[in-house]
Design a protein around this ligand. Structure first.
Ligand SMILES: N[C@@H](CCC(=O)N[C@@H](CS)C(=O)NCC(=O)O)C(=O)O
Length: 214
């Protein structure tokens, strides 16, 4: 059955791979599943046809036959559960890998998004200069703990899993801030993720869309 995902017609990051379709593309590449992409404009995302797929008017969505999913956590878990390559067979190891997916989305991503939004949307406010260091410190906390847990290991719990895929993609959003480099083991962890051939294919595919003329 054909898999179709949605992505930005023009990503605000102009192809840096930070838009969340990249993590879904990456998961599909890791498990070797071909997919099609329907590009949507910001305006189209808020229209009834897209809201039927994604009640919050965002990308990415995932369609496969009758199945329609939104939320990258759910989409990537679905992909990982239906195709080998992203979750271990051992039941406990599998549960732990899924736990890392949740940790990426529920613990690590929110303060990173808060920082990105503070820079993007609030930098002209008179209180921004005082607030920004506080927001950055709220990112450093979980990064320090994540870095301690990763230690010298390549991946968070044994072999590369959907948990690592999600964590690496979440951490990538920090790159422009320079914060990631304060944690060399995490910067190396992200680089290891980016070196995977599946990631490179996913990155190239989204870049192609975002550098197209016209
Ligand atoms: N929690 C959602 C977040 C989805 C999301 O925020 N998508 C962004 C692109 S990365 C979006 O569509 N933004 C456009 C908008 O909110 O209008 C997920 O993980 O899928």
């Amino acid at each position: 059955m054909t898999i179709t995902i949605t992505a930005f017609e023009r990503s605000p990051d102009r192809g840096m791979g930070l838009a969340r379709d990249t993590r879904v593309r990456w998961a599909l590449e890791e498990v070797g599943q071909p997919y099609e992409v329907r590009l949507v404009s910001f305006a189209a995302m808020k229209e009834p046809a897209h809201l039927k797929l994604h009640p919050f008017g965002k990308i990415p969505t995932y369609e496969e036959g009758d199945l329609v999913l939104f939320e990258t956590g759910s989409i990537i878990l679905h992909i990982a559960e239906h195709h080998p390559g992203l979750l271990p067979n051992d039941a406990n190891a599998r549960a732990r890998a899924i736990t890392w997916m949740f940790a990426a989305l529920n613990t690590v991503e929110p303060p990173i998004l808060e920082l990105a939004n503070a820079k993007l949307l609030e930098s002209d406010k008179p209180w921004s200069k005082d607030r920004l260091p506080l927001v950055a410190d709220r990112v450093r906390g979980p990064l320090k703990q994540l870095s301690a847990r990763l230690g010298e290991a390549d991946w968070l719990d044994g072999a590369f899993s959907a948990g690592d895929l999600m964590m690496v993609h979440v951490l990538q959003r920090l790159k422009p801030s320079g914060l990631l480099n304060e944690f060399p083991s995490l910067a190396a962890y992200v680089a290891r993720g980016e070196a995977r051939p599946a990631y490179k294919r996913a990155f190239a595919a989204q870049l192609e869309v975002n550098t197209r003329k016209g």
